[in-house]
Design a protein. Structure first.
Length: 378
């Protein structure tokens, strides 16, 4: 009696080696990304700034200025504003920020005398815990000189690198995109070129609009707190400008920071005025500025925005929070294009025809069943 043949395995050694090499390649790519994350973050910030500056460059090109001259003018304008900021506002900002940080524990103790805070503190003992934690974490003396110099040089290198990359993106980004299209099938190049322009228009418009709106919010915050007599108006204005770039969560955090600081440093009346000013400005921003400035930029579901912001923040902190939505907007353009193509395929069928499947009783009535199912051309 012959022994039945054992079934041959469907997994060949070649398949095993292919899967193993693909996994190793993926691990190597992830390792390289982790090692080069600092440089990649600089590149993403430069792209972010280039998208924000592109509308101004395009406006100057529309007035007859050559692209190179327009990029140079925008670069010099940015450098001039940065230099003015460093020479005039930054010392004041640093002084106010240092004073604000050092005054936080005292403000906590001042809040302790409020009746509602006293009731909360009697039950949970939160005031002493917060004050102790802040005093432990806030450095009251400067660190070693070598560490300060190294950190300063690192930040200076980041600023120079990001500035140069931003100019390069503005100058050579379109040519690089055209060169990349040479790898695409000729019949699909125009489609991908239009898709790239749509991504650039949507994401670039959003970035430029977000910058403009955040600067307006920072200016309103600085002026209103200055008029209310808050000694940290410059630091609060800058913090509000940065937080304004973060959808949803940034406005709420800014409200807590501005109103809380005003309450603690000036008084209850001024704190209530700051809260009213903040609420009124948020209504103006949501109902007037955003529809006017970002009327043709990316539109995304609020739940999806919240999820994207959470993922970006968890992966890369503040930079991830700033870049998550533009990246998601670019991905959304690609997914919308793919969805439109799928709908077209579902509507016309895979080969441009629709198959008609007969019921069993109808098939029995046919004299000669065809070798292929009948086709009806659209």
């Amino acid at each position: 009696m012959e022994t039945p043949a054992r079934p041959r395995s469907q997994v060949t050694p070649r398949t095993v080696w292919t899967v193993a090499l693909n996994v190793l390649a993926l691990v190597a790519v992830l390792w390289l990304l982790a090692r080069a994350w600092t440089v990649l973050s600089w590149v993403m910030v430069a792209l972010f700034l280039a998208l924000a500056a592109h509308p101004l460059v395009r406006w100057m090109e529309g007035r007859g200025v050559r692209r190179g001259a327009a990029v140079l003018a925008v670069g010099l304008l940015g450098m001039g504003l940065l230099s003015a900021l460093l020479m005039t506002l930054v010392p004041m900002l640093l002084e106010q920020a240092r004073a604000l940080v050092q005054a936080v524990p005292d403000y906590v103790y001042q809040l302790q005398h409020r009746p509602w805070v006293q009731k909360l503190d009697e039950r949970y003992d939160v005031i002493d815990r917060i004050a102790t934690e802040l005093r432990q974490r806030i450095p009251m003396t400067p660190g070693p000189v070598w560490g300060v110099v190294t950190d300063l040089l690192r930040k200076l290198a980041a600023v120079v690198t990001i500035s140069v990359l931003t100019i390069f993106f503005l100058l050579f980004g379109p040519d690089l995109f055209d060169k990349a299209l040479q790898w695409v099938e000729p019949s699909r190049r125009e489609h991908w070129r239009g898709l790239g322009h749509e991504m650039h228009r949507t994401v670039g418009g959003y970035v430029a609009g977000a910058f403009l709106i955040s600067l307006i919010g920072g200016g309103v915050t600085a002026v209103s707190t200055l008029l209310l007599g808050v000694p940290y108006f410059m630091a609060l204005g800058l913090a509000m400008a940065v937080l304004g770039l973060i959808p949803f969560v940034g406005a709420f955090l800014g409200m807590l920071l501005v109103t809380g600081t005003t309450f603690a440093s000036v008084g209850t009346k001024e704190g209530l005025i700051a809260l009213v000013v903040f609420v009124v400005y948020q209504q103006v921003e949501g109902n007037l500025l955003q529809p006017l400035i970002q009327r043709r930029t990316l539109k995304m579901n609020p739940l999806l925005i919240a999820l994207v912001m959470l993922v970006g923040t968890s992966l890369a902190g503040l930079i991830g929070a700033l870049l998550a939505l533009p990246i998601a907007g670019a991905v959304q353009v690609l997914l919308q294009d793919r969805l439109a193509r799928l709908h077209e395929q579902w509507r016309t069928g895979k080969n441009g025809v629709t198959r008609v499947i007969l019921a069993p009783e109808d098939q029995g009535r046919r004299q000669q069943p065809p070798s292929e199912p009948p086709l009806i051309q659209h």
